[in-house]
Design a protein. Structure first.
Length: 395
């Protein structure tokens, strides 16, 4: 079992939502953190049928426990809360009238939003759990991360390919289709493949719609389904204080590099290939997205690209650092053009190239060239940017 970085403290006295894609380890983490908690698992068909027929049962059973805010040791856990949105009214009542606290766990907020469910009006803190990150894995292997992905079961399994194909078939192509009530299943399946092939690229709804034989608004809605079900995210463009003409359309990434590889039927991605470079960038993006959440900083992650073609892969926060990613064994001046152009636009910003170099070095104009391990050690160790916290494996 992996030890996770988590911002869910054992002593928390607040109700919270814990969101994350399927199989990233939410249930395992909660069992570690709260081994004695009363839990309701809505993936169990008997539990689902019982509570969907009569949501008030959860209030009656909690009342029978005789708990209140003063004597409750562990939170009450409801797993896959999105399956029965009506339970949130009962939870709201128990919070307000009995002072009880809950952990409400889910893999999608789409049904809750669409049904205008009670999201507790600011009474619950939001947390997210992501696929594994670098410091959570002993003897971390970059090749395994890129080829297997970082969903816990996928990373460790010798038969990761079969597991990922099952994940795609049983979860992405069936459950997501059911939740979104899709009519054109063939088009959505094609869209999943195209979204993986274009992962990390600037979104062009018209081109993607043409590939999938749907309208541009339908393609836009398909992307929103992946965002709502936590299976992908947009990377917006950084456009603040712009002097140059900039590209403003967002990029899109799937939540896991291994799932993206399986959707495009890439069994093995060899170092030195163009595909490895794209996957390496995707991997670093995953680490940054998780760090922004786990650190509590919630900094925005963006990219920067001029209309003339200069580009920086990631801008951290409000220009606190600019990060370019190159899967090169020895970075050279040609890899630094985007960072140099960015430095001209935003003087004084920390500029970093993450690469496969063996040792860290710095150019005469102040660009740091960091091996990926050094970069991630500094990021999670709180040394990359002054004032950022160190993140420890705690659970």
């Amino acid at each position: 079992m992996y030890k996770r970085i988590s911002t869910l403290p054992l002593s928390s006295k607040e109700t919270c939502f814990l969101w994350g894609p399927r199989q990233v380890g939410k249930t395992s983490l909660l069992k570690q953190l709260f081994p004695r908690a009363r839990r309701y698992d809505l993936l169990l068909s008997t539990e689902f049928r019982r509570l969907s027929a009569n949501p008030a049962l959860i209030r009656q059973e909690c009342e029978a426990l005789g708990l209140s805010g003063s004597n409750q040791e562990s939170p009450i856990i409801i797993d896959e809360i999105q399956k029965i949105p009506e339970l949130l009214d009962e939870v709201h009542w128990l919070i307000e009238n009995r002072g009880l606290r809950f952990v409400l766990c889910g893999s999608s907020a789409r049904k809750l939003k669409r049904s205008c469910a009670n999201l507790l009006g600011g009474r619950a803190i939001r947390y997210e759990l992501f696929p594994l990150v670098y410091p959570e894995i002993p003897d971390f292997s970059l090749s395994r991360a890129i080829n297997h992905g970082l969903v816990p079961r996928h990373y460790i399994s010798p038969d990761s390919w079969a597991l990922r194909q099952s994940y795609i078939g049983e979860y992405l192509k069936e459950e997501i289709q059911y939740e979104a009530r899709l009519r054109n299943l063939a088009a959505f399946n094609r869209f999943l493949e195209v979204s993986a092939l274009t992962c990390g690229e600037i979104v062009n709804y018209e081109n993607i719609a043409r590939e999938c034989a749907v309208s541009a608004p339908t393609a836009r809605e398909y992307f929103q389904i992946l965002v709502d079900t936590l299976l992908g995210f947009y990377l917006p463009a950084y456009v603040k204080r712009a002097k140059r003409r900039l590209v403003r359309a967002p990029k899109f990434y799937l939540f896991d590099v291994g799932v993206a590889a399986a959707l495009t039927r890439r069994r093995v991605v060899e170092e030195g290939t163009e595909l490895f470079g794209k996957a390496f960038e995707h991997f670093i993006c995953q680490q940054l997205v998780a760090h922004a959440s786990y650190s509590g900083l919630s900094y925005q992650l963006t990219y920067w690209r001029t209309s003339s073609g200069f580009e920086v892969d990631f801008v951290l926060g409000d220009c606190q650092a600019a990060v370019e990613v190159k899967a090169a064994a020895q970075a050279h001046d040609g890899h630094l053009k985007g960072l140099r152009a960015f430095g001209e636009e935003y003087p004084g910003v920390q500029r970093i190239l993450v690469s496969l170099d063996a040792s860290a070095r710095q150019t005469a104009d102040g660009i740091r060239i960091l091996p990926w391990r050094v970069f991630l050690d500094e990021l999670f160790g709180g040394r990359l940017i002054k004032g950022w916290p160190e993140l420890c494996v705690t659970a």
